[in-house]
Write a protein that binds this ligand. Sequence first.
Ligand SMILES: Nc1ncnc2c1ncn2[C@@H]1O[C@H](COP(=O)(O)OP(=O)(O)OP(=O)(O)O)[C@@H](O)[C@H]1O
Length: 358
Amino acid sequence: MTASIEIRRVSKRFGDFTALDDVSLALPGGGFFTLLGPSGCGKTTLLRLIAGFEYPTEGAILLDGADIAAMPPNRRPVNTVFQSYALFPHMTVADNIAFGLEMLDRPRTEVRATVAEMLALVKMEALARRRPAQLSGGQQQRVALARALAPKPKVLLLDEPLSALDLKLRKEMQSELKRLQRETGVTFVFVTHDQEEALTMSDAVAVMSAGRVLQVGAPRDIYAHPADRFVAGFIGETNFLEGRVAGMDGPLVRVALDGGGTVTAAARAEPPATGARTTLAVRPEHVALTDADAPGALTGAVSEIVYVGPETHAHLTLDAGPTLLVRLPNRGDGAAEPRPGDRLGALIRPGIAQMLKD
Ligand SMILES: Nc1ncnc2c1ncn2[C@@H]1O[C@H](COP(=O)(O)OP(=O)(O)OP(=O)(O)O)[C@@H](O)[C@H]1O
């Protein structure tokens, strides 16, 4: 049971305030789709529109191609899991899972069979007679998921469901959620402001800011080819370099950096005009440190070294002005770490730097 969702030019205003501004999104059925963005960007509002708790000011929402504007929330094949699990404290785990089915007047034998199926799905059979207060946070989350999946919705909306859990449990529940999505085939729409969570869990991510969708794509695309400065800075860490287009090098663009040095970058859709100002984004793990006199290297002095376990972060202040963050993996091979004050070169492989939208 699955459904595709299309958000077609949806805006939502609360009085003068625009919470969603002309948002369009196509979510294919049966995937794990994530809305990612900082607090207040409109993620929850978009979920509430899909659920039917709010109505769009403009635009349409289609489920499997049909407009659902007139469909009340309880008739939509959509269910929601909230951050606060909202379990009924006086009911057992099994009764919590059965509740929604009983409200739908499903026959008792079907309710019993579905509760058993859901308990097995979330691996909570042994705890079926417990009450929520006798469960850990992760177990309560499993019950909330089982309860939401029990009526067999086509779409499950998840509003920051893991944010109350500690880091280790959160990691466990991330893979658990992935498994539940795969096994049920239900379309998951997951909301988070945690970029790492979005990258590790999703088939596709929509990055939002201030009521708009800035970029939609597979995690790899968004990380490797961020469209603009906001996306590049919000997802992972990024170095920004400013300069002017100096010319083309096949499909690549030679950019003369402000203050000196050249980087050959991947172009955006159209070849840019020579002399145009541009910003480049370079991931810290894509910069290699080398000797200061290596051909083509940007030269500078190490200003800071931070050891973080699996890697060391070197800050190289370029003679041209900006400071580059460089990630050096710690392979345990005894390689010497740079030290503050060392003069070194930074190599940025042609095509690895991304030109950003203005
Ligand atoms: N009923 C409402 N009336 C007025 N403003 C609202 C209403 N609901 C949401 N907003 C505003 O719309 C904006 C988007 O809110 P929304 O809850 O969708 O953000 P969010 O991205 O989910 O943020 P968070 O991660 O903090 O939950 C916020 O500025 C919020 O204050």
